[in-house]
Ligand binder design. Structure first.
Ligand code: MD3
Ligand code: FE
Length: 218
């Protein structure tokens, strides 16, 4: 795998960086120069491993639809949560991680102070109006030393950035098309969630919000 450093060049512009915690950042509009390439790559991934509804171990159906790409993909069913090398729908490996995902995640992480971020897992969440994600922690990754990078596309969302217990108060942060969040280190295990998406139409994505999270899971 080679990162194309020339392709990263126009991502080195000073970003509008909002610091939301000690090691948590929102990079406003950081993905916009790559929006077209991101959406093309997303179509390619979802053509091979389509979005699907998943069940939680407790028997609830998630309101967001999910898929993955990269070496490891994340799934949940009645048996539990896990990363695996194979898409259970196709019984084939998850689609390869698009180069544009790697380049953007690497550049965004570096901008937020996390050098050398090379994700091996990418989770794709698609939200129709009304879909949400309840407060949770991301704990299925083998190591918590790497950050997580998330790219927001399409309809806006109100993101909940909580504390280290579910009951702690959560900041509410609006996320828009093209924003990238990066968090790690001391903030890696914060509870977080997404409020129900408000109805609306996005020029490129229609009635939908897509979130792409890049992780080092293995
Ligand atoms: C802050 N996705 O896939 S991404 C997830 O918008 C997930 O689809 C949400 O939570 C979404 O697991 C939020 C931003 C995010 C993800 C994990 C975090 C922010 C985080 C973990 C700790 C702190
Ligand atoms: Fe999460």
């Amino acid at each position: 795998m080679s990162l194309d450093l020339f392709a990263e060049q126009d991502l080195q512009q000073p970003a509008r960086v909002e610091r939301i915690s000690e090691q948590g950042f929102v990079l406003r509009g950081f993905a916009l120069p790559r929006a077209r390439a991101l959406l093309d790559a997303l179509d390619c991934v979802l053509g091979q491993s389509p979005l699907r509804r998943m069940q939680t171990p407790g028997g609830f159906t998630m309101s967001a639809r999910l898929s993955s790409c990269g070496d490891l993909g994340w799934t949940t069913d009645r048996e539990g949560y896990r990363y695996s090398h194979v898409d259970p729908l196709s019984a084939r490996p998850w689609p390869p991680m698009p180069e544009v995902f790697l380049a953007l995640a690497h550049a965004a992480a570096a901008t937020a102070g996390f050098a050398d971020f090379i994700p091996d897992a990418c989770l794709i969440n698609a939200y129709a109006p009304g879909a949400k994600m309840s407060l949770h922690q991301d704990k299925n990754e083998r190591s918590y030393s790497a950050p997580i990078v998330s790219i927001s596309l399409g309809l806006p969302a109100i993101f909940q950035f909580g504390g280290f217990e579910r009951s702690a108060p959560a900041q509410r942060i609006s996320l828009f098309h093209g924003d990238i969040m990066v968090w790690g280190g001391v903030d890696r295990l914060r509870f977080h969630g997404v409020m129900p998406i408000k109805p609306g139409q996005h020029d490129l994505l229609g009635e939908q919000r897509i979130n792409i999270t890049l992780r080092q899971a293995g």
